[in-house]
Design a protein around this ligand. Sequence first.
Ligand SMILES: [Zn+2]
Length: 420
Amino acid sequence: MIPKQGLGPLPPIGYNPSMRALTREFLDRMPKVELHVHLEGAVPRPALDELARKYGRPPFTALLDRTPQPGRRTRPRKKAAGEYRQGRPSFADFVDVWLRIGDHLREYEDYAFAARALAAEFERQNILYAEVLFSPARDSTAHLQPDRIAEAVAAGFSEGPAAALVRDSNTRPSAAELDPQAKPGAPAAALTRDLNARLSTAEKDPRKITGAPTAVRLIADFVRDNGPREAGRTLDALLAMNDRLIAGIGIGGSEAPFPPAPFAPVFEKARAAGLRTQAHAGESDGPESVWKSIRELRVDRIAHGVRAREDAALMAYLKQSGLPLDICPTSNIRTGAVESIADHPAADFLRRGLKVSLSTDDPTLFGSDLAGEFDLLVRTFGLSEDKVRTLLLNAVDAAWCGPEEKMRLRDAIEAFFGPD
Ligand SMILES: [Zn+2]
């Protein structure tokens, strides 16, 4: 028998018993689940450039690639459209660019186009299941109806991969195809009926929710800055349409100036209608914001929550309750919520047994993808294969889909990793 001291110190979190290299190629091939990705921040760059061309704006690709001078601070409103400063970003900078991208989603067909392009991107990344947030009510969409935005997004995801669409904008659906009222003689509810038919199929096989290789569910994300009245109006419109299009709701936007309490009645109404709920919290504001989301909104999930580490009682609560956190490391660094990847708490949260999963948040803004988020943690913290699998299975546990879909996802993940 080997004496205990002969084993040396406990292995770090990076101990990898299988010794299988967690290369980027391995992480790319790995089946993945994404719970926190905003349509507005995830439109693939070629599709974003198509939209910029449509509206006579400069291409986004060049603007997103521009690396400003480190340390040179500029007022967000004076920056060029799409410019994202990589030096010392602030959350306000991020919101500014996010809204500028959102300005390019002005018509229903733009939403469908963006969703179709994102479906192709999900497939490329081996993402089996995704919950996509979209913000149906912003200043730039005041002329659009939230329910019809939701229908357009769902239609885009329903129609599958969009590689061809990205290459040739002429194949985009016409406004008439997406807007029944703009098509003389077309039944107003035709699009809704079509989606309902697809959703009925989805109940038998959740993967067919979209008809695309990646099963997608939608989360309506209300911008805190626009207040609870607008959130309530938007929710009413979505519920009147067809609540099965939407898996849940959430709040995002400016966290500290717009606390959650005023949104409580909106969340209560959503819950009563069978929707799940989440809140961006503990990102740009401290742990009290997470507590408020738990106590006042009774959320099913916390988006980010990285600043929970500042409160031992909250950390204990998160562990004991198993309340899931969807964590987006690159986003946290780029928005300034966390100083650097070495300072990121994701691996520590995981080691402490919190229900953590990884997501990208706004991958186009941040130049990231889901395998890249895993890669960051593997390279920085030496995350083991077992922990990578735990992150994936945590995402399945936290997903807002039925038991059959969860079984399908777990089976795919376990088949990939093989027996212990
Ligand atoms: Zn987010």
